[in-house]
Design a protein around this ligand. Structure first.
Ligand code: SF4
Ligand code: SF4
Length: 92
């Protein structure tokens, strides 16, 4: 059982020093989590420290592949509204 960092990661380094298992490391094209080391912060913290600090929605997924901070959870902007705004900007 381990969390994963996926393509949305912007390599900001925020999560790397917080991991109690030293499971997070820089790689290309984005940071990665060593699945053998990740404990999901079980026994150390009440919530996964990487996902708690990550400023990018959907950059970290749980062992089921579900985004821990899904689209809209940090910005407060509903995903459909964001998509509409992007489409409008793209059409300019
Ligand atoms: S869930 Fe916890 S142990 Fe796993 S990578 Fe994130 S901070 Fe490290
Ligand atoms: S905090 Fe999020 S965006 Fe920053 S390096 Fe970690 S996974 Fe990537």
């Amino acid at each position: 059982m381990a969390y994963q960092i996926v393509a949305a990661c912007t390599n900001c380094w925020a999560c790397q020093p917080l991991c109690p298992s030293e499971a997070i490391y820089p790689a290309a094209p984005h940071f990665l989590i060593d699945a053998k080391r990740c404990t999901e912060c079980d026994g150390a913290y009440s919530e996964p420290q990487c996902a708690a600090i990550c400023p990018i929605e959907a950059a970290i997924v749980d062992s089921q592949g579900v985004a821990v901070n899904p689209p809209g959870s940090l910005t407060g902007i509903p995903p459909e509204r964001m998509a509409a705004a992007r489409a409008e900007i793209g059409a300019r």
